[in-house]
Design a protein around this ligand. Structure first.
Ligand code: FAD
Ligand code: NAP
Ligand code: SF4
Length: 677
């Protein structure tokens, strides 16, 4: 097999003594919402089975609580609950007996969404509404027993092992740091005492499950907390956890409340693996590293550099279940790469929705969204090769329909060609590479540079016409909107119009934020250079102060511009951005001194600048450029022209509905439509 030569480390087995993991790729743990859904176990079985068939060596499930007080709902404590989990383990093992599946034990501690949440001390997390109840000695004993019981039940359910999460701001990690552990008994005070609970949890789990069972401990190797764990403490904990009986140490790089992005698209690939590498040298058991490892090349490089024994890829396995098989067979260019947007995965988790994937809506919906081959192929014209048209065309062609795809532009991608130019969104290139390859493989008749007319479509005698022509920017009705200082975001991103030094951006949606980021950008994108990233977000990888961040001030470089970002709504600016990434956009612009003004009334634009009123007080923003980012309207000219033509015509993506449209909705809608035709 080609992959063995190209990725020798990634495809080499790992012998744990009592069992062997067939390659070095681990599907990392992700809570998907299926854990609590009706029929969730059957759906999880299908979801994990596709990944097992796709070639991954080991799967870690989403987090399951050992008891009521520790969780989001899904727990494993009883024989009845264990029986349900057998649906998953049997499905995975019967698909490939060599694939290991471990269950993650997640006790959320103070982050459990309940008034009954518990912690070593009654310290409320800034990201939780609840103050936890302080555990007493009996409560601590109960929790430790529940961990051991949960692991035994996991073994009974047929899992090959468990992963215990000891990071993230969840229960185990709150014992470790002084900020959340104010105790003065044997579970608090000195570091030896603060370490006692997680170490004891591992010791009791090992006792409960015996020797031949994988026990993974997920450690916060750099917790990104001011005053967090020191490097010596991380090493001491890792060694104590090894002594307590863990088989593998997996590294994590955050608490959920920390103020450094660690997995979003603005983080460089494999940014943190060197930290795992340093820790691994102090341990006698294998390590797993993670975060922003999204291609076989990156995974191989990390392993080759000795940064870890295994690489965890969680979201990349949502994006493409066949990641490993494609790498093995030399089909890397067919991998649908995770772009680290978080839009359909983590943003869903943290807003209580079922997880999926922006680039692969089948993720976690394997039984609901099925691309069956058709026995009645049709001739389909798709007009517009943006995300909606691309996904419609490729799904329909995959199902054996004959597809012609038109676009008036000279390249596929639609607005993704704008998005990919924003610093921090470089991963969007990968989606376009993927679709380009799919078009070749599926024999789609691609006609670029072709503004197709209604008559051509009628003459083409298609069975179906799908209009995916996207959007046109909304032009607000304001006096002076045609003033020479006014430019559209499209002209700015394409570099077609100059931007001055004093700029007002009208509209603070996703595009307003992206445009501000672009025009203030200077130097190399932080997403492409770990040194720039570390400087901008205040992380010291060399000295590793407490948490990696204590005492390190972020330093940002910015273009010489004064920028106002404006919106009419009175709500805080940027509130509509992604749940897990919005704060990074807001912080990035704040650090670049962007003046954000809400509750704005636009009055007029003239030579003096942009006239606005805030709380009925008029003022003039003395700017030389006004960039319009005020949303979009559907572009349906062709659709309207085809009415009455006799052709069967449907709308998808922005052409269907431009309000609040993003690529997640465009791809999802198009995929379901093409699966049903
Ligand atoms: P479009 O992408 O607009 O594609 C329409 C296509 O139709 C175009 O290629 C156009 O050339 C073609 N076309 C139009 N008329 C004709 C015709 N008559 N004949 C032939 N071809 C025609 N979304 C996210 O989810 N996450 C993000 O982070 C994100 N960031 C963004 C950043 C920027 C700067 C921008 C501009 C957009 C961003 N978006 C993001 C939004 C996302 O790109 C859009 O929601 C998505 O592209 C809409 O897809 P679509 O296929 O409906 O339309
Ligand atoms: P948007 O998010 O709808 O924002 C449009 C902005 O224009 C808002 O600030 C809106 O707020 C303002 N506006 C609307 N009508 C106006 C009018 N008539 N006059 C003046 N202002 C008006 O749209 P977008 O920023 O163009 O983004 C398009 C889509 O791409 C969005 O749905 C977004 O999800 C997606 N996108 C996503 C990301 C991401 O990171 N996930 C990034 C970029 C784009 P007020 O009405 O309060 O002024
Ligand atoms: Fe990756 Fe975005 Fe898909 Fe999540 S939604 S798996 S971040 S591509």
């Amino acid at each position: 097999m080609i992959g063995n030569d190209r990725y020798p480390h990634l495809f080499s087995p790992l012998d744990l003594g009592f069992t062997t993991i067939k390659n070095r790729a681990v599907m990392g743990s992700m809570h998907t919402g299926l854990e609590e859904a009706e029929g969730g176990f059957e759906r999880m079985a299908a979801y994990f089975t596709e990944r097992a068939r796709g070639g991954v060596g080991m799967i870690i499930t989403g987090g399951i609580s050992p008891n009521e007080e520790g969780g989001h709902g899904a727990k494993l404590a009883t024989a009845e609950e264990a029986a349900q989990h057998r649906i998953i383990t049997e499905a995975v093992h019967s698909t490939d007996p060599e694939v290991k599946i471990c269950m993650q034990i997640l006790h959320a501690g103070p982050l459990a969404p309940t008034e009954k949440c518990i912690a070593p001390s009654a310290v409320k997390s800034r990201i939780s509404p609840f103050t936890p109840i302080e555990l007493d000695e009996a409560g601590i004993e109960k929790q430790l027993d529940d961990f051991a019981n949960c692991a035994s039940r996991a073994k009974e359910a047929g899992y090959d092992g468990v992963e215990i999460i000891g990071s993230g701001g969840y229960l185990l990690s709150t014992f470790l740091v002084e900020k959340t552990n104010h105790r003065s008994d044997q579970w608090g005070g000195s570091y030896d005492n603060r370490m006692r609970f997680p170490v004891e949890a591992v010791r009791r789990i090992r006792l409960a499950v015996g020797e031949h069972f994988i026990v993974i401990f997920r450690i916060a190797a750099m917790d990104m907390l001011q005053g967090g764990m020191s490097w010596d403490e991380v090493v001491q904990l890792g060694q104590a956890i090894e002594q307590a009986g863990a088989s593998i140490i997996s590294t994590h790089f955050t608490w959920h409340e920390s103020a450094v992005p660690t997995i979003s698209t603005r983080v460089p690939r494999a940014a943190f693996t060197s930290v795992t590498g340093r820790l691994g040298k102090k341990l006698g058991i294998p390590t797993i590293t993670s975060n922003r490892i999204n291609t076989p090349n990156v995974a191989e490089k990390v392993l080759n550099e000795g940064h870890a024994d295994l690489v965890s890829m969680a979201r990349p396995m949502l994006a493409d279940a066949e990641f490993m098989n494609k790498a093995l067979e030399g089909r890397e260019d067919e991998i649908n790469t995770c772009i680290a947007c978080n839009q359909a995965c983590l943003d869903h988790t943290f807003t209580g929705q079922e997880v999926s994937c922006l680039v692969n809506p089948r993720a976690c919906h394997e039984t609901l969204l099925v691309y069956n081959k058709t026995d009645a192929p049709r001739r389909i014209a798709v007009v517009g090769a943006g995300p909606a048209g691309l996904s419609y065309a490729t799904v329909a062609a995959q199902r054996n329909h004959a597809v012609t795809l038109f676009d008036s532009a000279v390249e596929i991608g639609g607005q993704f060609n704008l998005a990919k130019q924003i610093p921090g969104k470089e991963e969007f290139y990968e989606t376009l590479r993927y679709y380009g390859r799919m078009i070749e493989l599926l024999d789609i008749d691609l006609q670029l540079d072709t503004r197709v007319t209604a008559q051509q479509l009628v003459d083409g005698n298609y069975d179906e016409v799908v209009i995916a022509t996207g959007i046109k920017p909304r032009v607000p009705e304001i006096e002076g909107i045609d003033h020479p200082c006014v430019v559209s975001y499209i002209d700015v991103i394409r570099g077609d119009k100059p931007v001055g030094h004093r700029v007002a951006i009208m509209g603070a949606g996703g595009i307003g934020f992206d445009v501000a980021e672009l025009i203030l950008h200077k130097g190399t994108s932080a997403a492409l250079d770990i040194k720039v990233f570390a400087r901008e977000w205040g992380v010291d990888f060399d000295q590793h102060p407490r948490g990696g961040v204590t005492g390190v001030d972020p330093v940002v470089e910015k273009a010489d511009r004064e920028v106002y970002l404006l919106q009419r709504k009175a709500t805080p600016i940027g509130r509509g951005l992604g749940k897990t990434t919005g704060w990074t956009h807001r912080l990035s612009l704040a650090r670049r001194d962007v003046k954000m003004i809400n509750a704005v009334k636009y009055l007029k634009i003239d030579d003096a600048g942009l006239h606005i009123a805030v709380e009925d007080k008029p003022q003039v923003l003395d700017v030389d450029t006004v960039i319009v980012c005020t949303g979009q309207l559907p572009l349906r000219t062709l659709y309207d022209e085809l009415q009455g033509s006799g052709l069967k015509v449907s709308l998808v993506g922005g052409a269907f509905e431009a309000g609040e449209l993003d690529a997640k909705r465009a791809i999802n809608q198009a995929s379901y439509m093409a699966a049903a035709i």
